[in-house]
Structure formats: C-alpha cells, structure tokens
Design a protein around this ligand. Structure first.
Ligand SMILES: C[S@@+](CC[C@H](N)C(=O)[O-])C[C@H]1O[C@@H](n2cnc3c(N)ncnc32)[C@H](O)[C@@H]1O
Length: 231
C-alpha cells in the first residue's frame, strides 16, 4: 500500500498559515525512531506487517521515510492542502475517516510531529485510534501542570527517547545545514505495555542516517510566492 499521492515534496507547493506550525522533520530523525527507538522496543518484526499513518504529514518529510520501513505501507493526511497529493483532513475532527485510503485498513502505528499548541489533543486522539503512538516533540513538552494532569499522570509514555544531538527544524522547509538550541525527543506509547527507563538516542545519528538521495527527495527548491498570491 502506498500513500495517496505524492512524487516529490516540492511538487507544486502551497504555503500554509503560520498557525499550522509547519516544521518538516529531517529524514534522519525519523530513521532514528525506526532504527533505534523501535528496535529498543523490540518492534523489528512487527513492522513487516504493520501499517502507519502520519495524520499531520505536511509535505511528506516523515511519512515518506516511514514507508522505507513499514511492510504494511502507510499514508499521510494533513488539514492543509500542500499540493503534495496527501489526504486533506483535520485529525482532531471526529468525522475524519480513520482507515487507509486504499483499503480502509486501520493503522497499528500513528507517528507524527504534531503542531505544538494542540499536541495534547493530538496525543489523546492518537492513543484512542492506534495501539502504538510515536510523537516527536520538544523535550520541554514533559513540563507543565496541564499536560501532567491531562496526559502524563495517567498515561506515562512507554518510552521517552530524547536525542543526544540537536534536531534542527525550520519553518516551511528542511534545511540540512540548520542548527538549533531546542531539544527534541520521541515519546512512544504502546497500549498495554508498562513504562520503560528512558532511552537516549545516541549521538552521530544525523550523519549516519542521512542518505545520499535525501537532498533530492526532501529539500525544497524555492518558496512559491506566485501560488500564494494566486490563492
Ligand atoms: C510540525 S509539522 C509536521 C509535518 C510532518 N509530519 C513532518 O514531520 O515533516 C505539523 C503539521 O501539522 C499540520 N496540522 C496542524 N493542525 C492539524 C490538524 N488539526 N489536523 C491535521 N494536520 C494538522 C500542519 O499543517 C503541519 O503540516
């Protein structure tokens, strides 16, 4: 099963409003989930038969990397139409259809980099819909009384996996040369599994997990002011 649409992230770009917090994930940070965090959880074999969904997929920087690993395929959707061919839908809307666009199969894995402001609502909804949820979030997301009360007190993550190195994310594009002072972690919930000790994603992943064709697949050539003006 392939996702609904998409050939390259720069196909026919449209600029989203700032409020949607479009910060594409560097491909290597998604591979770190698959190759380090999921293997630490012992998932390697399950991935052969499972399907995944990125319900806030933007231009596909994360879902296209996930499809390198998930034998059961996967698909992406986003509330904004970036022009990349993914399903356009609001993950937080209860009327959104849950199954795959191809055959209605429900995902075993929901994996995304959710917008920061509604991330708690994303988390609770994702946990209702799939047995495994993996979210890439700032490490500071662990803090805060509201999140403690709504999420962490009763639903501690099965695995909290902070990156030892920084994961630079910039608005609207993947810039392989960017740097950042913000720290990120994968938060993973596995239904029915007790929390494990935190797992540190080892350094050197950016270099080791960046592939030679990532630039061709994921770097954006230029913004699209003409398209924006036309809308
Ligand atoms: C931080 S970006 C992540 C994009 C992509 N997952 C990646 O990692 O490259 C957050 C995305 O959430 C989308 N988004 C915001 N609110 C949404 C909603 N209610 N339902 C679905 N997508 C939403 C935005 O349009 C944006 O593409």
């Amino acid at each position: 099963m392939k996702p609904a649409g998409h050939t390259a992230v720069m196909a026919s770009r449209r600029e989203p409003p700032d409020s949607l917090e479009f910060f594409p994930t560097p491909p290597w940070a998604t591979r770190a989930l698959m190759e380090h965090v999921f293997s630490h959880l012992g998932f390697s074999d399950d991935l052969q038969f499972s399907a995944c969904w990125d319900p806030a997929c933007g231009e596909g920087h994360m879902i296209e990397v996930l499809l390198e690993y998930f034998g059961g395929g996967g698909w992406g959707g986003d509330v904004f139409d970036y022009g990349s061919g993914y399903r356009v839908e609001d993950f937080l809307d209860e009327r959104t259809v849950i199954g795959s666009p191809a055959d209605g199969v429900r995902p075993e894995f929901i994996i995304t980099n959710p917008p920061f402001r509604p991330a708690a609502r994303f988390t609770l909804r994702a946990m209702e819909l799939a047995p495994v949820v993996a979210l890439l979030l700032r490490t500071q997301w662990l803090e805060g009384e509201d999140r403690y009360n709504t999420i962490f007190r009763d639903r501690p993550p099965t695995l909290y996996a902070p990156f030892v190195e920084r994961v630079p994310m910039v608005k609207g594009r993947w810039d392989p040369k960017a740097s950042t002072a913000t720290a990120y972690a994968w938060f993973v919930w596995v239904r029915g599994r007790a929390p494990m000790a935190p797992f540190l994603i080892p350094p050197g992943r950016r270099k080791a997990l960046t592939r030679s064709d990532d630039a061709r697949r994921f770097e954006q050539i230029a913004p699209a002011p003409l398209l924006q003006a036309a809308e």
